[in-house]
Design a protein around this ligand. Structure first.
Ligand code: UDP
Ligand code: MG
Length: 337
């Protein structure tokens, strides 16, 4: 028996699933499927496409199945409404049957042409192959926020996931099963898929701008996604609050002691009585301390809200219908994920 954690895949023609979540990506369907079909054409594995429609309202619902028919194996999962990118990926995982799963956004920011490279690393024996970005084409505020988040996340969580990486990756079935067993509501799959360990590697690529359409992750969704990542992988903010509280307490006790001493000396006649001054000091102290207290309360609240969401254990998504290339072709169901 080999003890090597990166034992190469021996199976003759394993099945690999490509999971793609979509929200209103109608105009990008054709180029996406063209490029995916081209990328997987001469690879030595069987392919399955798992498309998750996350409550699209642009008419793409009616055309995805038609576009998909050029692939021999596919599953098309319609969610009952828009649940968000992470729940959509999680729904895709549930329906993927592959020995490995590739996560791919629909907007072609992560080039499908790299799929053979992900596959080659998996066949070498790696269980998690993550795309690490050497650059980005995004600009402006979005770019600034992405860069700041990745720096902050890396500093706060250490080496949970490769810096500047996201969903674009391949995970082996052993990791897929772990992800399916996790019942986290505040999902942050980019880091969670790496958290389990196993043998991991990266491939480098430059992230493009969106091929068509507007980003579907609005700023509100991106902020929530970022906070889910930070708060579910680090409790440093709670420690910061404790440290700030301790420092302020030490300073306050020291200052209180000093004031008491001055007062005693005045009473004993060693010091002359001073006019009451210090309104500015008082006002600044009150404002600053109130700000720090509210901020601390907000941070605690972020954790509390997430605990609340976790204990409610609502489903992450609800599946409305599933279409498949198998026989019988249609699985009609409505069930929680
Ligand atoms: N997406 C989704 N549901 C959402 C938001 C986005 O399924 O609520 C999909 C979207 O169609 C795309 C992928 O998730 O395939 C990434 O979204 P986007 O490109 O907007 O995000 P970003 O590139 O900013 O991470
Ligand atoms: Mg994108």
């Amino acid at each position: 028996m080999s003890l090597d954690a990166t034992k190469p895949i021996a199976q003759e023609r394993p099945l690999v699933s490509i999971v793609i979540p979509m929200l209103n990506e109608r105009n990008g369907l054709r180029p996406l499927f063209d490029r995916v079909a081209q990328a997987i054409k001469d690879t030595p594995v069987e392919w399955e496409l798992v498309i998750v429609d996350d409550g699209s309202t642009d008419g793409s619902r009616d055309v995805i199945a038609k576009e998909l028919s050029r692939f021999s194996r596919w599953r098309l999962v319609f969610l009952s409404r828009n649940f968000g990118q992470q729940p959509a990926y999680r729904a895709g995982l549930e329906y993927a049957r592959g020995d490995a799963v590739i996560f791919l956004d629909a907007d072609l920011q992560d080039p499908p042409e790299l799929i053979p490279e992900l596959l080659a690393k998996w066949r070498e024996g790696y269980k998690v192959v993550t795309g690490s970005r050497t650059g980005r084409e995004e600009h402006g505020l979005r770019r600034l926020l992405f860069d700041s988040f990745h720096q902050l996340f890396h500093r706060m969580t250490g080496r949970v996931m490769p810096i500047d990486s996201g969903m674009f990756s391949l995970v082996d079935r052993v990791v897929v099963n772990q992800l399916l067993a996790a019942r986290e509501t505040n999902l942050f799959l980019p880091a969670l898929k790496c958290w389990y360990g196993f043998s991991q590697t990266t491939i480098s690529y430059a992230r493009k701008d969106r091929a068509v359409g507007e980003p579907k992750q609005s700023f509100r969704k991106l902020f929530r996604y970022a906070f889910d990542g930070l708060f579910s992988f680090s409790d440093l903010p709670l420690q910061w609050i404790a440290v700030v509280g301790a420092v302020i307490s030490v300073i306050s006790f020291g200052y209180a002691g000093f004031l008491i001493l001055v007062r005693l000396l005045q009473l004993a006649g060693y010091l002359a009585s001073l006019d009451v001054k210090g309104f500015t000091t008082l006002a600044v102290a009150i404002f600053c301390l109130s700000g720090i207290q509210l901020l601390s309360l907000g941070i605690v609240g972020q954790y509390l809200a997430r605990i609340y969401r976790e204990i409610k254990s609502r489903p992450l998504y609800v599946v409305e219908t599933v279409l498949t290339s198998d026989e019988p072709r249609r699985i009609q169901e409505s069930r929680p994920g």
